[in-house]
Design a protein around this ligand. Sequence first.
Ligand SMILES: Cc1cc2nc3c(=O)[nH]c(=O)nc-3n(C[C@H](O)[C@H](O)[C@H](O)COP(=O)(O)O)c2cc1C
Length: 222
Amino acid sequence: MKQGMVYSGMSIRVISALLITVGLLYFSLPVRSLADQSDGIVEESCGEENVNGKKVLIAYDSKHGSTALVARQIADVLCICGYQVDISRARKVEDVTLYDAVVAGSPIYWAKFLPGTQLFLKNHEQTLATMPVALFALSTYADEETGLVRDEVKGFFVDKELEKVPGINPLGEIGLFGGTFTLRTLFPVEAFSMKLENYSDSNYLNEEVVITWAQNLCILFE
Ligand SMILES: Cc1cc2nc3c(=O)[nH]c(=O)nc-3n(C[C@H](O)[C@H](O)[C@H](O)COP(=O)(O)O)c2cc1C
């Protein structure tokens, strides 16, 4: 009887240890995937050879890397046009006065910009009000046939963000770019909520749209 109790006590300990191990493995997955994805988050510069070129900052926030990719595509175009460009996570930017122009961007998450971009716009509003600023957003609210982001995204989401920073008056058209997500790579809470809403994997990334918009910026920032 006593022996049996010891055995059953041991097996409870073994089962608990197994459960804890499985739990730890499970919860470490998002942490690992965050680290993997942050590899795709760019913090870099281009156009150093454009010694007389104006300096442009691209400040963005991103959770899963697609906005970082778009930021890099915009930077490539601006550097070819002769600008010197720094790309930075919006929350890391301290001084926008180092630049002649700023491009700010965010994906839309649950109808809002990500906090990094929101805070960047709010904290630097006074300075940004005095300089050329362009704005872009990523969204998967797109037309199934054309794959292009629906115009309503501006009214639904972007204009609401701009109302919070009335000093900022973006140059030209807001860049509305198709985004992407894969349920498998989302954090568990995100994936759960997206499944609840019946959303499935989406990919509306379109480099041509981004390049065309950035080429127009080359002229606007002159
Ligand atoms: C949890 C979640 C919520 C989202 N909410 C919206 C939304 O409210 N409106 C929208 O147009 N797109 C929404 N999207 C699409 C994202 O804007 C798109 O996937 C974007 O490319 C993600 O950017 P990131 O890879 O830089 O994080 C959502 C995506 C996810 C994963």
